[in-house]
Design a protein around this ligand. Sequence first.
Ligand code: PLP
Length: 421
Amino acid sequence: MPLQVAALVNGWPSHEAAFFVFPHDSILAMSDVLMHTYQRLPVTFDHGDGAWLVDTQGKRYLDALSGIAVCGLGHAHPAVTAALRDQAGKLLHTSNLYGIAEQEQLGEVLCRHAGMERVFFGNSGAEANEAAIKLARLHGHNRGIDKPAIVVMDNSFHGRTMATLSATGNRKAQAGFEPLVQGFVRVPYGDLEAVRAVAENRSDVVAVLLEPIQGEGGIRIPQDGYLEGIRSLCDANDWLMMLDEVQSGMGRTGQFFAFQHSAAVPDVMTLAKALGNGVPIGACLARGDAARLFGPGSHGSTFGGNPLVCRAALTVCETLQADDLTNRASALGKRIVQGFRDQLHDVAAVEDIRGRGLMIGIELAQPCAALVGMALEAGLLINVTAANVVRLLPPLILSDEEADHLVQTLAPIIRQFLTDA
Ligand SMILES: Cc1ncc(COP(=O)(O)O)c(C=O)c1O
């Protein structure tokens, strides 16, 4: 029996979700033992290899989403697998009560790449952003501000903990969880004048938190000069510039970190997702005074930065460099964006095809969550975010042929979807 499945936006039921008919006979019944936080697609994967996933029925899918920007090196990468095997046989976890050599090595590597001085390791993007928010509050209190506020952006996404949820610019994600955490001032993304107006009108602001490219918000790439403008306002007002690179970091955009496309360097930067290629790890990096705000007892995490996860992340960093994957991401991104432009230039309802490296968005004139199921049927994993933006976050190890396969599979599906609509 065909089953109706709600289309998804990043694993959450989309407000605008269309329903599509999923014609598999072999739909897997979802276990009722799990809390219903995700509306999952009717597929379960058995194993992966590079850019491909194989489901429990043996069907192969090209993964153009990488577990939402996590598996940048693809699935079962031999170097990551070997490092994890080796480390698992040696030492998984001790505690942050003791020295952890792999954590120190990883901290050095990340600071060198980012121009930062110190790192705190947690387990997720939300936790990395929680650390950043705590740093901003300490910075504010040091300046004698009792109730420090942080400027955050419309359509941003920073996580699901109470503070990061409150910072997130999406009412749907917040609804039902009030009272929200206080101390956030929201402005439109990309609008420097709005940030300047906050500086002129409020004396309680201590930091700005933003994504250098908005991911969940619809692959929004700000105008050239935006990050530099934020940097100047932070310098002029003694604010911390805090960049959330949870989705955009680790080579995906064609630079190690997306801010490196600009001349601005943040005071605080957060990472997670691709840092461990699937092993849960988050990091909050800082430089200057911000790097010295935490002292013993002011923050912590049981698992944060344990030997296993740091070994995985070290291997990710080494592989990105050894295989020149940042430049590869840039070249692949151009090839894919050009491919879609060539194939879809005559389709009026395709409003924009944009990308930086392998953060790619195809914006349509109408909600298009149903495309996720159509692509799945065709053996392709994609995502739709912000209701009408097809989001592609393929792994950086994609071959040219796989990149072309992605375009040649998805472009006709988009065309057909828009024709049928
Ligand atoms: C920019 C950004 N920040 C933070 C998060 C939250 O990360 P996590 O789900 O690991 O807590 C995400 C997740 O999508 C994200 O895209």
